[in-house]
Design a protein around this ligand. Structure first.
Ligand code: ATP
Ligand code: MG
Length: 247
């Protein structure tokens, strides 16, 4: 093992071009970013600045038009689609603003989905799904369907699903965008706890008080990083307070 810390995420000169009709749009423009293991980073920027495009590439859900991306030392751009989905399943958890839960499945079954892809045997799947739901405070709602859960509870199911494969990296694209402020506070307290447990978190948000929970803030404009440093302190928020109680 080398003594030099290797970034968990190393993206170099990422460009993403979209063609719509006869117009070409540069959603990412020569963007480079390195994230060390254990960092909690917020990505901010105006609507259309390229945040989701970046997250989709870092999450190996999409490929850049050009540029290189290494995840945990693996050259992602060189992997074929099968290897790519294996890598995604093994190392990355996702959660999105819209939860993306399957409506016919209950909480446990939703959380089991990534384990089905990972070919984990049924009994073990259920055990791990229940543990993940307990970890996000939903041990009492195991057999509720998404429509029988509040927005915050649905997002916690989505977070449990993201964590059930024990990923190194959590990618969250506006995970609190659809939630009220109290539920947002609970989800953020959960993120702090996960971060304290060693998880690397990359979080897209429009809200400065949400970004203030992170240790690093990256500002994207027109597909480029225009600022990168500690998030500005927002009055009335307590950044990553370890004593905060999750209700
Ligand atoms: N599949 C696509 N085809 C064509 N253009 C796209 C596609 N996806 C995104 N874009 C364009 O790329 C740019 C960046 O989009 P992206 O979704 O990354 O923005 P964003 O920063 O996540 O915005 P928001 O805050 O509104 O979610 C936008 O101008 C968008 O219209
Ligand atoms: Mg977006």
């Amino acid at each position: 093992m080398s003594d030099v810390p290797r970034p968990l995420i190393a993206a170099e000169h990422l460009t993403k071009l979209y063609t719509a009709g006869d117009q070409q749009l540069r959603a990412l423009d020569d963007l480079s970013l390195a994230i060390q293991e254990g960092e909690f980073t917020a990505i901010m920027g105006a609507s259309g600045s390229g945040k989701s495009t970046l997250m989709n590439i870092l999450g190996a859900l999409d490929r850049p038009s050009s540029g290189e991306y290494w995840l945990d030392g693996e050259a992602v751009s060189k992997l074929n689609d099968t290897r790519l989905s294996e890598l995604r399943n093994r190392k990355i958890g996702f959660c999105f603003q819209s939860f993306n839960l399957l409506p016919r499945l209950d909480a446990v079954e939703n959380v089991e989905v990534p384990l089905v892809y990972a070919k984990v045997p049924s009994k073990e799947r259920t055990k791990r799904a229940i543990e993940a739901l307990q970890r996000v405070g939903l041990g009492e709602r195991l057999h509720h369907k998404p429509t029988q859960l509040s927005g915050g509870q649905q997002q916690r199911v989505a977070i449990a699903r993201a964590l059930v494969t024990k990923p190194r990296l959590l990618l969250a694209d506006e995970p609190t965008g659809a939630l009220d402020s109290e539920t947002t506070r609970q989800i953020l307290a959960l993120f702090d706890e996960l971060h304290a447990g060693g998880l690397t978190i990359l979080l897209v948000t429009h809200e400065a008080d949400v970004a203030a929970r992170a240790h690093r803030m990256v500002l994207v404009r027109d597909g480029k990083i225009v600022a990168d440093g500690p998030p500005p302190v927002v009055l009335g928020t307590r950044p990553h307070d370890p004593n905060e109680v999750r209700s």
